[in-house]
Design a protein around this ligand. Sequence first.
Ligand code: ADP
Ligand code: MG
Length: 388
Amino acid sequence: MGIRIYITGSCDGLDTLRSALDAHPDIELVGWSEHVAEAAPVLTGGHLQCVLHATRASALPEVEIAAVREHTQAPLVVLASGEASSLLEQALDADIADVLLLPQLGDNVVFAIRKAAHAGRRLQAEGGHGRRGQILTVFSPKGGTGKTVTATNLAAAFAKYEKKRTLLLDLDLQFGDAAIMLGVEPEKTVYDLVVAPGELDTEKLAGYTTRHASGLDVLPAPLRPEDAELITEVKITRLLEVARESFDVIIVDTSPFFHGPMLATLDRTDELLVLCGLDVPTLKNVKLSLHTLDLLSFPDNKIKYVLNRANSKVGMKKSEVEQALGVNIDFEVPSDRAVPLAVNRGVPVVVADGGSDFTRAIRTMSKGLLLPTDGQKAKRRMFALARA
Ligand SMILES: Nc1ncnc2c1ncn2[C@@H]1O[C@H](COP(=O)(O)OP(=O)(O)O)[C@@H](O)[C@H]1O
Ligand SMILES: [Mg+2]
């Protein structure tokens, strides 16, 4: 079976090259269209291993490339005829596998295609190219600040409203209560998963998670506090890596400690949500943990600050929290009577009461945390270029 390729655009010498590729035993030329828009269905569904885009321009055809990228993550090789020195320079910064100046021997082009397709396969195997789930860790150095309320509702919002494949992992290993807040009675926990024999993969992981009505999957904390010991750094590292392959978003609920599994989680965290409250002891402890995070070289730009019960009249304002911590609050969540009611009923507020202020705040947070998909990124680039 040949390497499945598709050609878009046009340039001098393309006809000759197309015939050569069409006749080549190692290549399966799925088709050609001058305009990217016409190629959209094949680019999206054609299982392409490489896309060639031909251009007569001397600069990188960024609009066309963004248009191709909107439909496929296949490696992209640019074919150019004419003066192309600036194109070569720009291609270095862009996501381009190779640039070939025509005319070229057919075999040279085939070699470049093979190389690009090979690199693309490797990236995919490593879970690259946007197929990696995003890990969001909810942390606060004090109990009762609302970590579990936030983690469960955020996860439910991702699953229910954003339609993301969402995993909620409860790493409050001794006293985790994420499952209880969700009202699920799981048969298996993270403990069963780590003590099970054999290598962990996505299929095995799916056998240990429990589906919640919102659509999220939860992997609860061990049922007995003493079982926490068996949940090691190595196991959590592997678990997160596997989870990234089958989930879009992984929310980790935590305890107030920097234990081994927590450190392993921090290493893989894309965004750390640090929960603050309007009280002095919490702020003191948040400040201490920011220092610890700094010692651990956790990057500042991955920290988002959440002020829970932001509307409480307790003699302290958001601005004072910001001043005390020397940071800006990114998200505010109001105190809402619906929360304790929902906790006791075992139904997340975002599911039970879609119109509440609390739900709105959680949904705003979920949208703010979501990484743009590659298609959205490509679209944004196109709009920016069109405006320029
Ligand atoms: N925004 C809120 N409004 C009202 N009650 C809240 C809010 N956030 C948390 N709570 C209450 O505080 C309690 C502790 O929250 P929880 O999420 O369990 O804290 P943590 O996980 O940080 O220990 C919950 O049972 C809940 O009833
Ligand atoms: Mg908790």
